[in-house]
Design a protein around this ligand. Structure first.
Ligand code: C2E
Ligand code: CA
Ligand code: CA
Ligand code: CA
Length: 275
């Protein structure tokens, strides 16, 4: 990989700025990463508050770069989207998540993040169907998380695709709820199964009255629309208690468990019992 890297480097003009060079290197490394088996999925538990049980795990992509170590998905996913790699990478995530979840207890779901770019690809529904068939995972155990930006683009086609996905029997969650331009109007365009309350609201829940009020309204809104509400980024007991009092359905965050490789997962709520 070292000599490869030097070979790539030679093509740069000397005046090209360091940032652009770093970006080109990242692109080159990313193109090789799938074939080199450098990706892994970590899973973070989602806890049903009322039932005191783990209802599922969110799959979070990790890239173990041979020299840099772990690279954050916040850094490489936008690059993968730009250079046309998100379709094969997204397919890999779907296949792996379904295959791993097929070994879990039957009442535990897996949530997979989808990029808006995957929605521009006609083959998305086929990819999801294939991952389900090959793994034998029941469709009701797969949840797809999409952000509001998915609905920003060509709304009609996107909504049609969401309906096709729903027809496969999978669940659809709206991620990062409350951070977009018109979160409320998007709730009207598709009957989501779940709303994920963005971590930015949870972070200041106990210090800002407005955040608490917003979380209360989202929870009530979700309940009246028959949707599950999941609060993300829960890090403290105080936040958890506020969310429970607000009537939130599920919580997810470091307080209950960090994202972990499949082999380390525990399916019972030992965290709750220990407390
Ligand atoms: P996201 O979907 O909003 O995922 C939640 C992020 O919050 C994850 O970061 C998770 O590790 C982190 N997190 C969980 N609990 C806590 C907490 O208590 N406190 C704090 N501060 N953070 C917490 P991560 O794993 O770095 O992923 C970042 C983003 O990258 C994700 O945000 C998602 O948008 C994207 N991503 C991750 N995996 C995939 C994937 O397989 N496909 C696609 N398209 N996007 C992915
Ligand atoms: Ca997510
Ligand atoms: Ca989120
Ligand atoms: Ca996010």
């Amino acid at each position: 990989a070292k000599s490869d890297r030097r070979g790539t480097y030679r093509f740069f003009e000397p005046e090209m700025d360091a940032q652009l060079q770093a970006r080109r290197l990242l692109e080159a490394d990313l193109r090789k990463a799938l074939a080199n088996d450098e990706f892994e999925l970590y899973y973070q538990p989602q806890i049903n508050i009322r039932r005191h049980e783990i209802s599922g795990f969110e799959a979070l992509l990790r890239w173990r770069h041979p020299e840099r170590g772990m690279v954050s998905p916040a850094e490489f996913i936008p690059v993968a989207e730009d250079i046309g790699l998100i379709a094969p990478l997204g397919d890999w995530v779907l296949e792996r998540a379904c295959a791993e979840a097929a070994n879990w207890p039957k009442d535990i779901k897996v949530a997979v993040n989808l990029s808006p770019v995957q929605f521009r690809n006609r083959a998305l529904v086929e990819s999801v169907d294939k991952a389900l068939t090959r793994s034998g995972l029941s469709p009701s155990r797969l949840e797809l998380e999409i952000t509001e930006s998915v609905l920003l683009q060509d709304n009609e086609t996107t909504v049609a695709t969401l309906h096709q996905l729903r027809e496969l029997g999978v669940c659809v969650a709206m991620d990062d709820f409350g951070t977009g331009y018109s979160s409320l109007s998007y709730l009207r365009s598709f009957p989501f199964d779940k709303i994920k309350i963005d971590q930015s609201f949870v972070r200041e829940l106990t210090s800002r009255a407005d955040c608490l009020a917003i979380v209360h309204s989202i929870t009530r809104l979700g309940a009246s629309l028959g949707m599950i509400t999941t609060a993300e980024g829960v890090e403290t007991e105080e936040q958890y208690q506020q969310l429970r009092a607000a009537g939130c359905t599920e919580v997810q965050g470091y307080y209950f468990g960090r994202p972990q490789p499949a082999r380390d997962l525990v399916f019972s709520l030992f965290v709750e019992e220990r407390r």
